[in-house]
Write a protein of this length. Sequence first.
Length: 520
Amino acid sequence: MNADVLVIGCGIAGSVAALRLADAGFRVLVLTRAREPHESNTYYAQGGIVYRGPGDTPDRLFADIVEAGAGLNDPRAVSLLAELGPQLVTSVLVERVGVLFDREEGAFSLAREGGHSLPRIVHVGDATGRAIEVALIRQLHDHPNVTLRAGCTALELITTPVSGRSGRRTRCAGITVFDQASGQVEVHLAPRTILATGGFGAIFQRTTNPPGARGDGVAMAARAGARLANLEYVQFHPTAFSHPEAPAFLISEAVRGAGARLVHADGTPFMHRHAPKWGDLAPRDVVARAIFQEMAVRDAPHVYLDVRSALSPEEIKARFPNLYAQCRRYGVDMTRDLVPVAPAAHYTCGGVWCDEWGQTTVENLYAVGEVACTGLHGANRLASTSLLEGLVWGVRAAEHIQRTWAETIPPSADEPLRVAPAGTQPVAPAFLVSRAEAVRTLMWQEVGLVRTGEGLTRAVEALRQLQDEVEAVYCRSALSDELVGLRNMVQVARLVAEAALANPHSRGCHYRVEQAHAVC
């Protein structure tokens, strides 16, 4: 046993939990499948993180989160974030980690984004996640109580049955991983394990997420018997760059917060017709469906974001330097041109169920960040609450482990292991590519922004067949990160499709056309 606590993943949630525990004297082993430790959804977050501005209150933030989440939010989770979140931004990110958020005349510069009733988003230009992640990884690298290893693909949670007053339960004793460099399977035992593996946006054809967001943590937790929740609530960000030669990179909500408007090619705005109260700053599910409808009516591949009419060229380059450079790379000048945008899969509101301390239904297993379902987001996430959720639950999971450490029963070296298959047959690259593309295409077409019962039924049937095929190949083949990822992608896609089929009610970002005569 080489650690007190295992942390799987090192975005903001996993990194904060690891750092907090290491500061308290725990030996922490952090594992990530990425070759570069900073590679995570956190790194690509643009807009910022929720803070609190003049005139703001926890009650006001609570109300905005619940309105965006269509009332499906867990009130306890919302209260925790609204009360604790802003002070943790200061004590952890600013004072402990050293993130330099933008300031104006000495105070934090606050932006407004969709669904927020006032400006309350702190940021670092248009690369807030990058600034946070780089600072956190630097702290982990330098900490004597942290071992950080990249290129380690998680395979299975190690679980054992236990008996108690409440009947038979399952306890997590560690994890098996595939070391990408050596090709070997490793066993890591630890008294506590924290899942911080991120979401699963990459199971969709068009997504703002990096390729590694394939649902590894959700799949492993499902196989370990953990409770899952709200998997059908997948948020589609309304404004991802739309260009035939470009990835669907995010055009931050902060751009609309700064005054940009959604328009057609002729410059005609349209959001006032779909959301009179909010206009272009409506919650994401409303804006995404409005764009979907406008595209359908006009048979257009995208709509446009008009930034040039709201900000001067100098303001655009100063506030959004990275977005300006990315768009220019594909021939779009934000200072002069309309920016083509369309919805893309962005965030998973559901995941591995956990309580207010990050505890899952598997004993000694915690879930934090996007892999978890805390109940905070309900049916649709409010802009810039994801980083804050990772911060709050990363801290709380670490605090719970510290507080309950005396009750810990260390795993023994003879724990029964669910190890990887010992196959040796190589898998043809064409199989991996074609089956992964089949998953992404099916999910985009049938389990996307607007869903039907008929389409969901087709998706479930096709994914069940595909899962059987992939599982058979997995059991006889030599391991690779790509094969493990494909296996997890298919499983998570099936779970999402089944959850969407089982829920006939349109709410938030789960929208079924059987429930309404029109898209909006």
